[in-house]
Design a protein around this ligand. Structure first.
Ligand code: NAD
Length: 482
């Protein structure tokens, strides 16, 4: 007999306890070898004043078992509560969000009866770093941070996932025609790592047309890998067009820990009525079983679930007069699955799982080599509202050091000095780019000297960004029109 694997379980809020009970009953009946540790999370803690929705002691259980099966929770509106999901992902390093989106035609209404894809979303970086600042009266900013190790981890995971689950195509979605450095890095790493997977078909689409294709012809995709924000948006689009937001499961995978859950929320309006569909959480639990090496139990449950759905035994949310045979509640639905354990579906394809792709990342093996970095200039951002771009340009041109002189000014990215256009709308947020003659390396002291002179001249600098080259190539974007 397989040794029992310890897992941490949270029953959550709203329909959480009902669907968790049903899910655990099915897992037990199928012979899952798990030992549960229960932790409290969610609304009760938020209302007690725990802003994160999780007690510090719960982390001990999560760090010990490293596997978290989580029911949905209710986040009270207002009150500055932080998202438990975002906290858990960051704290436990869960860098890959895996969301299979499949249609279950004809039982769940969809325009895409053969859709069957998996979205693998980067979970830790991008605009979700949550680094935001108000810099001037008119301008706020959010930092988009993308790292090479972050890209390597998620992209390798996507290729490994495709191989492990017999999917022959991996599609990368970015916006690297605009964000050449950040999204460009993601795309470049996709191309580099993709070379190690000659057996898999690879493609890249710009996110806008890629999303349009996803909404129109989802059948053309197998595995999609993308950055955090795009992944967030397209995984909801995909779940919606599959017709099964209430049925999808989601896995959040890291090197050490993993969290499994349903896509949907705590559905407070139907809580306690015994009518919720436990399928989303069950699919999360199936992914968990594959992850902890109990792929056979996972397949047994998945096939029993398919048998139940094709037998027309449906919870109210998917019940349809003409296709369904029996409307059941949460517990009865779980019983129907338990009865069918060991069965194989007739209409749907039988599911089999081999093993979960193990996230593999090691900094030592990373493809990154340390580039030669040289400081060649600085962008100084000013909060200024005393005139036109030409007024500012003529004034700050006079401020220079032995090595640094003004090359241009931009406003919200567009060059406005020299030779700006009067039509360009300007805010109170100006970027003054100072560069060295001929791109020669400069010192940090030159930047400090420049800033001192700007301060003495009465300018309010709100941010500086060093301009560096890496192996001689600029590590910064040009101003639009520069
Ligand atoms: P929701 O997913 O809870 O509900 C959306 C709709 O789908 C509702 O009509 C609901 O009744 C229905 N529904 C959802 N799951 C169902 C199921 N298993 N069976 C049958 N019907 C189901 O989304 P919401 O109403 O926007 O959010 C409610 C609460 O859930 C909020 O507090 C929100 O913050 C939270 N939430 C939590 C998570 C999570 O914990 N991972 C995710 C999303 C939302």
């Amino acid at each position: 007999m397989t040794q029992k694997t310890k897992i941490t379980v949270a029953y959550g809020d709203g329909i959480g306890p009902e669907i968790m009970n049903a899910t655990l009953r099915i897992l037990d009946a199928a012979g899952a070898q798990i030992e549960k540790e229960v932790i409290e999370i969610g609304e009760k803690l938020y209302l007690k004043g725990v802003k994160t929705g999780i007690e510090p002691s719960a982390w001990d259980s999560l760090r010990k078992t490293k596997v978290f099966l989580k029911a949905p929770i209710t986040t009270p509106q207002g009150g500055g509560y932080t998202s438990l999901n975002v906290t858990t992902r960051k704290m436990l390093g869960l860098y890959a969000n895996v969301r299979p989106c499949q249609s279950y035609h004809p039982f769940v209404v969809t325009k895409h009866p053969t859709m069957d894809l998996v979205i693998i979303r980067e979970n830790e970086e991008d605009l979700y770093a949550g680094i935001e600042h108000q810099q001037t009266n008119e301008v706020v900013q959010c930092l988009k941070l993308i790292s090479r190790p972050g890209c390597e981890k998620i992209i390798r995971y996507a290729f490994e996932y495709a191989r492990a689950y017999g999917r022959n195509k991996v599609t990368c979605l970015t916006k690297d025609n605009i964000m050449k450095l950040t999204d460009g890095l993601f795309h470049k790493v996709f191309d580099q790592i993709g070379e190690e997977y000659p057996d898999l078909e690879k493609e890249h689409w710009i996110i806008d047309i890629g999303s349009a294709l996803l909404a129109d012809e989802p059948e053309r995709f197998g595995v999609i890998v993308t950055l955090n924000l795009y992944g967030d948006i397209i995984s909801d689009i995909a779940a919606q067009i599959a017709g099964s937001v209430g049925m999808g499961g989601s896995a959040n995978i890291g090197d050490a820990c993993a969290m499994f859950e349903a896509i949907h929320g705590s559905a407070p309006t139907i809580a306690g009525k015994g009518i919720a569909n436990p399928s989303g959480l069950l699919h999360g639990a199936i992914m968990m079983l594959v992850h902890i090496g109990q792929a056979d139990v996972a397949a047994k449950i998945h096939n029993a679930w398919l048998c139940t759905v094709e037998a027309g035994i449906h919870t109210g949310d998917i019940y349809k007069e003409k296709v369904s045979k029996k409307k059941v509640g949460t517990e009865e639905f779980a019983d129907a699955i338990i009865e069918r354990l060991g069965g194989t579906p007739h209409l749907f394809k039988t599911v089999s799982y081999l093993s979960a792709p193990r996230p593999i990342y090691s900094r030592e093996e990373a493809t990154q080599t340390k580039a030669k970095k040289e400081l060649v200039g600085v962008d100084v951002f000013l909060d200024w509202d005393e005139g036109t771009a030409n007024d500012l340009g003529r004034a700050v041109e006079q401020i220079r050091t032995e090595t640094l002189k003004l090359s241009m000014i931009s406003n919200r990215g567009a060059r406005v000095y020299p030779d700006g256009l009067p039509e360009t709308f300007c805010t109170d947020h100006w970027r003054c780019r100072y560069v060295s003659e001929g791109g020669k390396p400069i010192t940090h002291d030159a930047i400090i000297e420049l800033l001192t002179k700007m301060r003495q001249a009465g300018y309010d600098f709100v941010q500086t960004e060093n301009l560096c080259t890496f192996n001689g190539k600029p590590g910064y974007s040009m101003g639009q029109g520069e």
